[in-house]
Design a protein around this ligand. Structure first.
Ligand SMILES: [Zn+2]
Ligand SMILES: [Zn+2]
Length: 120
């Protein structure tokens, strides 16, 4: 993992679009993963982030979710573990520089845990 950044969910008053994660709910809640890369996240999916880490690839827009408990068991990188612990009880969505699809050669701490749930 090259880097992560925390994305803050925002709401737009007049702009509703289908949730990029479940693709069934319409919502005005979104995160701006990168300038111009808007990912809509409905409240059900945001609720999911209590128990799952939600990662959006800033490169391709794929969304990944991984159970927090699984991460804590498998991570060896202390820095990363600390960062994960900090967001344990928070509903956060994180942006990553590249996902396993975009950068298969990358050193993936999480190999085997990645499960793409949607594509933007
Ligand atoms: Zn949703
Ligand atoms: Zn990607």
């Amino acid at each position: 993992m090259k880097g992560t950044k925390t994305l803050e969910p925002k709401a737009r008053a007049y702009h509703r679009s289908v949730c990029n994660i479940c693709r069934s709910e319409y919502t005005s809640n979104y995160v701006e993963a990168a300038p111009g890369l808007i990912i809509h996240v409905c409240k059900n999916c945001l609720e999911l982030t209590k128990h799952h880490f939600m990662w959006i690839c800033l490169n391709c827009g794929r969304v990944y979710s991984i159970p927090k408990t699984l991460i804590m068991q498998r991570i060896n990188n202390l820095e990363l573990k600390k960062a994960c612990l900090l967001s344990m009880d928070m509903q956060v969505i994180q942006g990553i520089d590249a996902c396993i699809e975009c950068d298969p050669e990358g050193t993936w701490e999480y190999t085997g845990m990645w499960s793409p749930i949607a594509q933007a």
